[in-house]
Design a protein around this ligand. Structure first.
Ligand SMILES: Nc1ncnc2c1ncn2[C@@H]1O[C@H](COP(=O)(O)OP(=O)(O)O)[C@@H](O)[C@H]1O
Ligand SMILES: [Mg+2]
Length: 388
């Protein structure tokens, strides 16, 4: 049952997804805005286009006639997905899921208003003046995020009236697209945050992975670990919320559902309708199927009988320090001399400061301390440097 898959976005997450698909005998065309992107290196074919250009997307879809379209990023002309779905092409997980999550407003209103999930108090603003009014209603401190942005771009925390003006400017500069609107959220003083990988199936129940803890810095995750120890009751609450929101979005695939957890509450934050970067921890062999294998099976309609946590694990990112057109890695020998370690080097053709170039992975038995495993993953990552 070879299917033709067009993957939109060809980064490190796409690369692992392609590998999972190739192991299941599928044909994959990897698409991105630059040549030699990580997923293109392992795919059957590739296309270089601007994925925000609907016409360019149409040309690629008409040329490759895919059975399945798998988005890997948000910055795509996702409105076209409804049209592709009408043509009988499977859009992953669904055209609705891709469209609702490419703009923070649609998914937040769906979760908070339609589904009545607990979220941070929030308002929207389209100008500095309306931001000022929104801040007055939500209270300080609060977090400002462009509706269309990812990886923390344009995000800032407002602590006093004096911050409002520069926060608006920063959001304008970090916005994707020309229409600028922001969401203003009450700052949640959470104890920790998690990603709950949730798998919806064509013919089977919704399944959950063990919760993944992570630490964010500059808008990107630095380390993630699985499982995040948490109260059983709060985990059940998060699972129920994840089941509701993924059901409302429809389709089959793996979602990364993000929550903030405090002593007294579980807050829905946002979700990715596809593998999540913090979920790369599953590449450490923590589960019977990693997040990319789960996504591939769900998308192809193949059965997933259960998701088992086999080991504890942690991931730590390997970042570049400088701009380069020929980045190389040093220190891999020393890194892999750490017990129970592994590494993924993405093969990105260029580097810039803080660009994620690889990830260090460490696993351990279920009776090991998760803090220890995480510190070992950081040690592995620290031994690798990106030069050139
Ligand atoms: N309301 C909030 N209160 C506290 N921290 C927040 C809030 N919103 C976001 N953050 C922090 O910022 C990170 C990135 O925010 P998020 O909404 O997930 O945006 P992105 O789409 O860039 O991942 C979160 O993982 C969390 O650490
Ligand atoms: Mg996030």
């Amino acid at each position: 049952m070879e299917k033709r898959i067009v993957l939109l976005g060809s980064g490190e997450l796409g690369k692992e997804f392609v590998i999972a698909c190739k192991r299941l005998g599928q044909y994959v065309v990897a698409v991105d805005s630059y040549a030699n992107a990580p997923a293109m290196q392992v795919a059957d074919a590739y296309e270089v286009i601007n994925m925000l250009d609907g016409l360019a997307l149409d040309v690629v879809i008409a040329k490759h006639r895919p059975d399945i379209i798998v988005p890997e990023i948000e910055a795509i002309r996702t409105e076209r997905f409804y049209h592709y779905e009408q043509q009988g092409i499977q859009v992953v997980p669904s055209a609705k899921a891709a469209n609702f999550t490419m703009n923070r407003k649609a998914i937040r209103d769906l979760a908070a208003i339609d589904l009545n999930l607990k979220t941070a108090e929030y308002r929207y603003a389209t100008s500095e003046a309306s931001l000022r009014a929104a801040v007055a209603e939500v209270g300080m401190p609060c977090v400002v995020k462009p509706l269309m942005s990812s990886s923390g771009k344009g995000q800032s925390v407002i602590k006093s009236q004096n911050d409002i003006s520069k926060s608006w400017q920063y959001a304008v500069e970090g916005s994707r697209g020309d229409l600028v609107e922001v969401i203003v959220e009450a700052f949640i003083d959470f104890d920790y945050e998690i990603t709950l990988l949730t798998v919806t199936q064509q013919n089977g129940p919704t399944l959950f992975c063990a919760p993944i803890g992570h630490r964010q810095e500059r808008g990107d995750y630095q380390e993630s670990w699985q499982p995040m120890p948490m109260l059983e009751q709060q985990l059940r609450e998060a699972e129920q919320m994840a089941a509701k929101v993924t059901e409302a979005l429809g389709g089959a695939g793996l979602f990364g559902v993000e929550f903030f957890i405090s002593k007294t509450a579980v807050y829905f934050s946002e979700l990715s309708p596809r593998p999540h970067d913090t979920g790369m921890v599953t590449l450490a062999g923590t589960q019977n199927l990693n997040e990319f294998e789960l996504h591939a099976r769900a998308v192809l309609g193949l059965p997933i009988n259960e998701i088992q946590l086999l080991k504890k694990g942690a991931s730590a990112v390997i970042l570049a320090a400088a701009d380069s057109n020929s980045p190389r890695f040093e220190g891999i020998d020393a890194a892999l001399s750490v017990p129970n370690s592994d590494i993924r080097l993405f093969g990105k053709p260029t580097s810039r400061p803080y660009r994620r170039m690889g990830v260090a992975l460490v696993y351990g038995d279920l009776d090991k301390e998760i803090e220890y495993i995480t510190s070992q993953a950081k040690r592995v990552a620290a031994r690798v440097s990106v030069v050139g």
